[in-house]
Design a protein around this ligand. Sequence first.
Ligand code: PSV
Ligand code: MN
Length: 387
Amino acid sequence: MFDDNVSAQLAAQAIEVPSWAYGNSGTRFRVFGTPGTPRDVHEKLADAAQVHQYTGLAPRVSLHYPWDKVDDWKGLVEYARELGVGIGTINSNTFQDDEYKFGSLAHHDSGVRRRAVEHHLECIELMDQTGSQDLKIWLADGTNYPGQGDLRRRQDWLAESLGEIYSHIGEHQRLVLEYKFFEPAFYHTDVPDWGTSYAHVSALGERAVVCLDTGHHAPGTNIEFIVAQLLRLGKLGSFDFNSRFYADDDLIVGAADPFQLFRILWEVRRGGGLDADSGVVFMLDQCHNIEDKIPGQIRSVLNVQEMTARTLLVDAAALEAAQEAGDVLGANAVFMDAFYTDVRPALAQWRESRGLPADPMRAFAESGYLAGIAAERVGGAQSSWGA
Ligand code: PSV
Ligand code: MN
Protein backbone atom coordinates (compact mmCIF):
# COMPACT_ATOMS: atom_id res chain seq x y z
CA MET A 1 0.00 0.00 0.00
CA PHE A 2 1.11 3.58 -0.58
CA ASP A 3 2.21 5.87 2.23
CA ASP A 4 0.07 8.90 3.13
CA ASN A 5 2.07 11.28 1.02
CA VAL A 6 1.76 9.16 -2.15
CA SER A 7 -1.94 8.56 -1.43
CA ALA A 8 -2.59 12.27 -1.07
CA GLN A 9 -0.77 13.10 -4.31
CA LEU A 10 -2.73 10.44 -6.17
CA ALA A 11 -5.98 11.77 -4.71
CA ALA A 12 -5.18 15.23 -6.04
CA GLN A 13 -4.64 14.06 -9.61
CA ALA A 14 -7.13 15.26 -12.22
CA ILE A 15 -6.98 14.59 -15.95
CA GLU A 16 -9.17 16.47 -18.42
CA VAL A 17 -10.72 14.38 -21.15
CA PRO A 18 -11.35 15.77 -24.65
CA SER A 19 -14.89 15.82 -26.02
CA TRP A 20 -13.65 14.75 -29.46
CA ALA A 21 -12.35 11.43 -28.14
CA TYR A 22 -15.96 10.22 -27.82
CA GLY A 23 -16.87 10.97 -31.42
CA ASN A 24 -15.84 8.91 -34.43
CA SER A 25 -12.38 9.50 -35.78
CA GLY A 26 -10.03 7.91 -38.25
CA THR A 27 -7.45 8.68 -40.83
CA ARG A 28 -7.66 10.26 -44.25
CA PHE A 29 -8.43 6.75 -45.51
CA ARG A 30 -11.50 6.02 -43.41
CA VAL A 31 -13.46 7.19 -40.41
CA PHE A 32 -15.20 4.14 -38.91
CA GLY A 33 -18.55 4.43 -37.18
CA THR A 34 -19.28 2.73 -33.85
CA PRO A 35 -22.76 1.92 -32.52
CA GLY A 36 -23.69 4.29 -29.69
CA THR A 37 -21.37 7.11 -30.75
CA PRO A 38 -22.60 10.48 -29.38
CA ARG A 39 -24.60 12.68 -31.72
CA ASP A 40 -24.11 15.89 -29.79
CA VAL A 41 -22.11 17.41 -27.00
CA HIS A 42 -24.62 16.29 -24.36
CA GLU A 43 -24.02 12.67 -25.26
CA LYS A 44 -20.26 13.27 -25.35
CA LEU A 45 -20.48 14.65 -21.80
CA ALA A 46 -22.54 11.66 -20.67
CA ASP A 47 -19.85 9.30 -21.98
CA ALA A 48 -17.06 11.36 -20.47
CA ALA A 49 -18.84 11.27 -17.11
CA GLN A 50 -18.53 7.48 -17.19
CA VAL A 51 -14.76 7.80 -17.21
CA HIS A 52 -14.89 9.90 -14.07
CA GLN A 53 -17.47 7.66 -12.40
CA TYR A 54 -15.28 4.56 -12.72
CA THR A 55 -11.89 6.13 -12.06
CA GLY A 56 -12.42 9.31 -10.04
CA LEU A 57 -9.71 10.77 -12.24
CA ALA A 58 -11.47 12.81 -14.92
CA PRO A 59 -13.57 15.59 -13.38
CA ARG A 60 -13.46 17.93 -16.39
CA VAL A 61 -14.20 17.74 -20.09
CA SER A 62 -12.34 19.87 -22.59
CA LEU A 63 -14.45 21.25 -25.45
CA HIS A 64 -13.63 22.22 -29.02
CA TYR A 65 -15.30 25.32 -30.46
CA PRO A 66 -17.31 25.37 -32.67
CA TRP A 67 -17.52 21.55 -32.75
CA ASP A 68 -19.31 21.58 -29.39
CA LYS A 69 -21.27 24.78 -29.91
CA VAL A 70 -24.60 25.13 -28.10
CA ASP A 71 -26.94 28.09 -27.73
CA ASP A 72 -27.21 27.74 -23.98
CA TRP A 73 -23.77 27.45 -22.40
CA LYS A 74 -25.10 27.89 -18.87
CA GLY A 75 -27.50 25.02 -19.52
CA LEU A 76 -24.61 22.87 -20.70
CA VAL A 77 -22.61 23.66 -17.57
CA GLU A 78 -25.61 22.67 -15.45
CA TYR A 79 -26.07 19.46 -17.43
CA ALA A 80 -22.40 18.59 -16.91
CA ARG A 81 -22.73 19.33 -13.20
CA GLU A 82 -25.68 16.93 -12.95
CA LEU A 83 -23.48 14.28 -14.55
CA GLY A 84 -20.76 14.95 -11.98
CA VAL A 85 -18.26 16.66 -14.28
CA GLY A 86 -17.29 20.20 -15.25
CA ILE A 87 -16.23 22.00 -18.41
CA GLY A 88 -12.49 22.49 -18.77
CA THR A 89 -10.26 23.94 -21.45
CA ILE A 90 -11.76 25.51 -24.57
CA ASN A 91 -9.91 24.60 -27.79
CA SER A 92 -10.26 27.06 -30.63
CA ASN A 93 -10.51 25.94 -34.23
CA THR A 94 -8.99 27.88 -37.10
CA PHE A 95 -8.18 24.93 -39.29
CA GLN A 96 -11.41 23.81 -40.89
CA ASP A 97 -12.76 26.74 -42.87
CA ASP A 98 -11.86 27.46 -46.49
CA GLU A 99 -10.69 30.91 -45.49
CA TYR A 100 -7.88 29.34 -43.46
CA LYS A 101 -6.27 27.58 -46.40
CA PHE A 102 -3.09 29.66 -46.05
CA GLY A 103 -3.24 30.11 -42.30
CA SER A 104 -5.15 32.01 -39.64
CA LEU A 105 -3.42 34.15 -37.00
CA ALA A 106 -0.26 34.25 -39.16
CA HIS A 107 -2.03 34.64 -42.52
CA HIS A 108 -0.67 37.23 -44.98
CA ASP A 109 -4.17 38.73 -45.38
CA SER A 110 -5.18 41.01 -42.53
CA GLY A 111 -8.86 40.19 -43.15
CA VAL A 112 -8.29 36.50 -42.45
CA ARG A 113 -6.21 37.34 -39.40
CA ARG A 114 -9.07 39.51 -38.14
CA ARG A 115 -11.56 36.72 -38.61
CA ALA A 116 -9.29 34.31 -36.71
CA VAL A 117 -8.82 36.84 -33.88
CA GLU A 118 -12.60 37.35 -33.66
CA HIS A 119 -13.06 33.60 -33.39
CA HIS A 120 -10.82 33.57 -30.33
CA LEU A 121 -12.69 36.49 -28.79
CA GLU A 122 -15.88 34.44 -29.18
CA CYS A 123 -14.12 31.58 -27.40
CA ILE A 124 -13.25 33.91 -24.52
CA GLU A 125 -16.89 35.02 -24.27
CA LEU A 126 -18.07 31.46 -23.96
CA MET A 127 -15.33 30.72 -21.44
CA ASP A 128 -16.82 33.52 -19.32
CA GLN A 129 -20.03 31.50 -19.29
CA THR A 130 -18.56 28.05 -18.74
CA GLY A 131 -16.07 29.27 -16.16
CA SER A 132 -13.23 27.69 -18.16
CA GLN A 133 -9.74 28.76 -17.22
CA ASP A 134 -7.81 27.96 -20.39
CA LEU A 135 -8.09 29.00 -24.02
CA LYS A 136 -5.94 26.54 -25.91
CA ILE A 137 -4.70 27.64 -29.30
CA TRP A 138 -3.28 25.20 -31.78
CA LEU A 139 -2.59 26.61 -35.23
CA ALA A 140 -2.47 24.70 -38.49
CA ASP A 141 -0.63 27.71 -39.95
CA GLY A 142 2.37 27.05 -42.13
CA THR A 143 3.50 26.57 -45.72
CA ASN A 144 4.21 23.62 -47.99
CA TYR A 145 6.91 25.02 -50.25
CA PRO A 146 10.06 27.05 -49.72
CA GLY A 147 9.42 30.63 -50.77
CA GLN A 148 5.64 30.28 -50.40
CA GLY A 149 5.46 32.57 -47.39
CA ASP A 150 7.58 35.12 -45.58
CA LEU A 151 8.61 33.20 -42.49
CA ARG A 152 9.74 36.31 -40.63
CA ARG A 153 6.69 38.47 -41.32
CA ARG A 154 4.37 35.62 -40.42
CA GLN A 155 5.96 35.61 -36.94
CA ASP A 156 5.27 39.33 -36.63
CA TRP A 157 1.67 38.91 -37.75
CA LEU A 158 1.25 36.02 -35.34
CA ALA A 159 2.64 38.06 -32.46
CA GLU A 160 0.25 40.89 -33.26
CA SER A 161 -2.79 38.56 -33.46
CA LEU A 162 -1.88 36.81 -30.23
CA GLY A 163 -1.39 40.18 -28.55
CA GLU A 164 -4.93 41.21 -29.39
CA ILE A 165 -6.39 37.93 -28.13
CA TYR A 166 -4.33 38.11 -24.95
CA SER A 167 -5.61 41.60 -24.20
CA HIS A 168 -9.09 40.04 -23.81
CA ILE A 169 -7.99 37.18 -21.57
CA GLY A 170 -9.61 37.63 -18.16
CA GLU A 171 -7.85 37.85 -14.84
CA HIS A 172 -8.54 34.19 -14.04
CA GLN A 173 -8.01 32.93 -17.54
CA ARG A 174 -4.95 31.84 -19.47
CA LEU A 175 -3.91 31.73 -23.10
CA VAL A 176 -2.24 28.38 -23.78
CA LEU A 177 -0.23 28.08 -26.99
CA GLU A 178 0.33 24.59 -28.36
CA TYR A 179 3.10 23.73 -30.82
CA LYS A 180 3.45 21.00 -33.43
CA PHE A 181 6.39 20.42 -35.72
CA PHE A 182 4.48 19.55 -38.90
CA GLU A 183 1.07 18.65 -40.29
CA PRO A 184 -1.03 19.85 -41.97
CA ALA A 185 1.79 22.09 -43.26
CA PHE A 186 4.77 20.10 -44.49
CA TYR A 187 7.55 22.60 -45.14
CA HIS A 188 7.29 25.04 -42.28
CA THR A 189 4.88 25.49 -39.39
CA ASP A 190 4.45 28.86 -37.66
CA VAL A 191 4.52 27.41 -34.13
CA PRO A 192 6.64 24.30 -34.63
CA ASP A 193 8.38 23.88 -31.30
CA TRP A 194 8.43 24.76 -27.61
CA GLY A 195 10.96 27.53 -28.15
CA THR A 196 8.69 29.40 -30.57
CA SER A 197 5.70 28.92 -28.31
CA TYR A 198 7.77 30.06 -25.34
CA ALA A 199 8.99 33.16 -27.21
CA HIS A 200 5.41 34.19 -27.98
CA VAL A 201 3.88 33.48 -24.58
CA SER A 202 6.78 35.19 -22.79
CA ALA A 203 6.19 38.31 -24.85
CA LEU A 204 2.47 38.20 -24.01
CA GLY A 205 2.73 38.04 -20.25
CA GLU A 206 2.13 36.02 -17.12
CA ARG A 207 -1.16 34.48 -18.11
CA ALA A 208 0.18 33.03 -21.33
CA VAL A 209 1.73 29.57 -21.14
CA VAL A 210 2.78 26.64 -23.33
CA CYS A 211 0.88 23.43 -24.07
CA LEU A 212 3.03 20.37 -24.65
CA ASP A 213 1.30 17.73 -26.78
CA THR A 214 3.41 14.61 -26.43
CA GLY A 215 2.74 13.60 -30.04
CA HIS A 216 4.00 16.84 -31.54
CA HIS A 217 7.75 16.24 -31.68
CA ALA A 218 10.19 14.75 -34.14
CA PRO A 219 11.08 11.11 -33.43
CA GLY A 220 13.81 10.82 -30.84
CA THR A 221 13.10 14.19 -29.21
CA ASN A 222 13.87 14.21 -25.49
CA ILE A 223 10.44 15.38 -24.36
CA GLU A 224 11.20 15.14 -20.65
CA PHE A 225 13.95 17.69 -21.12
CA ILE A 226 11.41 20.12 -22.58
CA VAL A 227 9.15 19.43 -19.60
CA ALA A 228 11.99 20.17 -17.19
CA GLN A 229 12.90 23.36 -19.02
CA LEU A 230 9.36 24.73 -19.27
CA LEU A 231 8.71 24.01 -15.59
CA ARG A 232 11.96 25.72 -14.70
CA LEU A 233 10.82 28.75 -16.70
CA GLY A 234 7.35 28.70 -15.11
CA LYS A 235 5.68 28.33 -18.51
CA LEU A 236 4.39 24.77 -18.65
CA GLY A 237 0.65 25.38 -18.82
CA SER A 238 -0.71 22.04 -19.89
CA PHE A 239 -0.17 18.65 -21.41
CA ASP A 240 -2.02 17.06 -24.27
CA PHE A 241 -1.23 13.42 -23.53
CA ASN A 242 -1.27 10.72 -26.16
CA SER A 243 1.28 8.35 -27.65
CA ARG A 244 2.77 7.80 -31.04
CA PHE A 245 4.90 5.40 -33.01
CA TYR A 246 5.47 7.52 -36.12
CA ALA A 247 3.80 10.93 -36.42
CA ASP A 248 0.93 12.52 -34.48
CA ASP A 249 -0.77 9.15 -33.99
CA ASP A 250 -3.01 10.25 -31.07
CA LEU A 251 -2.92 6.74 -29.59
CA ILE A 252 -3.57 5.90 -25.95
CA VAL A 253 -1.08 7.62 -23.65
CA GLY A 254 1.54 5.21 -22.37
CA ALA A 255 0.70 2.61 -25.02
CA ALA A 256 3.62 3.17 -27.37
CA ASP A 257 6.37 3.93 -24.86
CA PRO A 258 5.52 3.54 -21.17
CA PHE A 259 9.09 4.35 -20.16
CA GLN A 260 8.92 7.70 -21.93
CA LEU A 261 5.72 8.49 -20.02
CA PHE A 262 7.52 7.59 -16.80
CA ARG A 263 10.44 9.88 -17.67
CA ILE A 264 8.08 12.74 -18.50
CA LEU A 265 6.08 12.32 -15.30
CA TRP A 266 9.26 12.10 -13.26
CA GLU A 267 10.28 15.52 -14.55
CA VAL A 268 6.78 16.77 -13.74
CA ARG A 269 7.21 15.57 -10.18
CA ARG A 270 10.80 16.82 -9.99
CA GLY A 271 9.78 20.28 -11.22
CA GLY A 272 6.82 20.66 -8.87
CA GLY A 273 4.25 20.09 -11.61
CA LEU A 274 2.20 17.78 -9.39
CA ASP A 275 1.75 20.47 -6.74
CA ALA A 276 -1.73 21.94 -6.50
CA ASP A 277 -0.50 25.46 -7.23
CA SER A 278 1.72 24.50 -10.19
CA GLY A 279 -0.88 25.49 -12.78
CA VAL A 280 -0.02 22.43 -14.89
CA VAL A 281 -3.20 21.01 -16.44
CA PHE A 282 -3.15 17.35 -17.46
CA MET A 283 -5.26 16.67 -20.51
CA LEU A 284 -5.70 13.84 -22.97
CA ASP A 285 -5.73 14.61 -26.70
CA GLN A 286 -6.51 11.29 -28.30
CA CYS A 287 -8.64 9.58 -30.88
CA HIS A 288 -9.99 6.06 -30.67
CA ASN A 289 -10.27 5.00 -34.27
CA ILE A 290 -10.69 1.27 -33.83
CA GLU A 291 -11.05 0.56 -30.10
CA ASP A 292 -14.13 1.38 -28.00
CA LYS A 293 -13.90 5.00 -27.01
CA ILE A 294 -14.99 5.09 -23.36
CA PRO A 295 -12.78 2.14 -22.32
CA GLY A 296 -10.02 3.75 -24.39
CA GLN A 297 -10.33 6.84 -22.25
CA ILE A 298 -10.54 4.85 -19.01
CA ARG A 299 -7.36 2.95 -20.00
CA SER A 300 -5.67 6.29 -20.74
CA VAL A 301 -6.36 8.00 -17.43
CA LEU A 302 -5.37 4.80 -15.62
CA ASN A 303 -2.08 4.71 -17.55
CA VAL A 304 -1.30 8.26 -16.45
CA GLN A 305 -2.22 7.39 -12.87
CA GLU A 306 -0.13 4.20 -12.85
CA MET A 307 2.91 5.96 -14.21
CA THR A 308 2.44 8.88 -11.80
CA ALA A 309 2.34 6.39 -8.93
CA ARG A 310 5.61 4.86 -10.11
CA THR A 311 7.30 8.25 -10.22
CA LEU A 312 6.06 8.93 -6.69
CA LEU A 313 7.97 5.80 -5.64
CA VAL A 314 11.31 7.14 -6.86
CA ASP A 315 13.53 7.51 -3.81
CA ALA A 316 14.42 11.13 -4.53
CA ALA A 317 16.97 11.39 -1.69
CA ALA A 318 18.79 8.23 -2.80
CA LEU A 319 18.73 9.44 -6.38
CA GLU A 320 20.23 12.79 -5.47
CA ALA A 321 22.89 11.17 -3.31
CA ALA A 322 23.89 8.84 -6.13
CA GLN A 323 23.94 11.72 -8.63
CA GLU A 324 26.12 13.83 -6.39
CA ALA A 325 28.48 10.94 -5.73
CA GLY A 326 28.89 10.50 -9.47
CA ASP A 327 27.44 7.02 -9.08
CA VAL A 328 26.12 6.57 -12.60
CA LEU A 329 24.78 3.06 -12.28
CA GLY A 330 23.53 3.60 -8.74
CA ALA A 331 21.47 6.60 -9.81
CA ASN A 332 20.13 4.75 -12.80
CA ALA A 333 19.20 1.80 -10.57
CA VAL A 334 17.18 4.02 -8.21
CA PHE A 335 15.32 5.37 -11.21
CA MET A 336 14.70 1.99 -12.82
CA ASP A 337 13.61 0.35 -9.55
CA ALA A 338 10.66 2.72 -9.42
CA PHE A 339 9.87 2.27 -13.11
CA TYR A 340 9.80 -1.52 -12.79
CA THR A 341 7.58 -1.53 -9.70
CA ASP A 342 4.17 -2.98 -10.45
CA VAL A 343 1.85 -0.51 -8.71
CA ARG A 344 -1.36 -2.09 -9.97
CA PRO A 345 -2.19 -4.13 -6.84
CA ALA A 346 -1.57 -1.10 -4.59
CA LEU A 347 -3.69 1.10 -6.84
CA ALA A 348 -6.53 -1.43 -6.77
CA GLN A 349 -6.48 -1.34 -2.96
CA TRP A 350 -6.20 2.43 -2.95
CA ARG A 351 -9.26 2.71 -5.24
CA GLU A 352 -11.32 0.38 -3.10
CA SER A 353 -10.45 2.38 -0.02
CA ARG A 354 -11.98 5.39 -1.80
CA GLY A 355 -15.17 3.67 -2.89
CA LEU A 356 -14.00 3.18 -6.48
CA PRO A 357 -13.90 -0.15 -8.33
CA ALA A 358 -10.60 -1.99 -7.93
CA ASP A 359 -10.59 -2.66 -11.67
CA PRO A 360 -12.33 0.23 -13.48
CA MET A 361 -11.94 -1.40 -16.91
CA ARG A 362 -13.78 -4.51 -15.76
CA ALA A 363 -16.40 -2.62 -13.78
CA PHE A 364 -17.24 -0.48 -16.79
CA ALA A 365 -17.36 -3.50 -19.12
CA GLU A 366 -19.76 -5.24 -16.72
CA SER A 367 -22.01 -2.19 -16.42
CA GLY A 368 -23.54 -2.77 -19.86
CA TYR A 369 -23.29 0.95 -20.68
CA LEU A 370 -21.93 0.38 -24.20
CA ALA A 371 -24.78 -1.96 -25.11
CA GLY A 372 -27.22 0.55 -23.62
CA ILE A 373 -26.03 3.49 -25.73
CA ALA A 374 -25.85 1.30 -28.84
CA ALA A 375 -29.52 0.45 -28.37
CA GLU A 376 -30.64 3.95 -27.40
CA ARG A 377 -28.71 6.15 -29.78
CA VAL A 378 -30.43 5.23 -32.96
CA GLY A 379 -30.91 7.76 -35.76
CA GLY A 380 -29.31 11.17 -36.10
CA ALA A 381 -25.79 11.86 -37.25
CA GLN A 382 -22.95 10.45 -35.19
CA SER A 383 -20.36 13.00 -34.17
CA SER A 384 -17.38 12.58 -36.36
CA TRP A 385 -14.00 14.30 -36.64
CA GLY A 386 -15.43 17.65 -35.73
CA ALA A 387 -18.96 18.34 -34.56
C1 PSV B 1 -3.64 19.24 -33.26
O1 PSV B 1 -3.02 18.12 -33.80
C2 PSV B 1 -4.21 18.95 -31.90
O2 PSV B 1 -3.25 18.31 -31.12
C3 PSV B 1 -4.70 20.18 -31.19
O3 PSV B 1 -4.62 20.04 -29.81
C4 PSV B 1 -6.13 20.20 -31.56
O4 PSV B 1 -6.90 21.00 -30.76
C5 PSV B 1 -6.45 18.73 -31.42
O5 PSV B 1 -5.32 18.10 -32.01
C6 PSV B 1 -7.71 18.29 -32.06
O6 PSV B 1 -7.76 18.72 -33.39
MN1 MN C 1 -3.11 18.59 -29.00
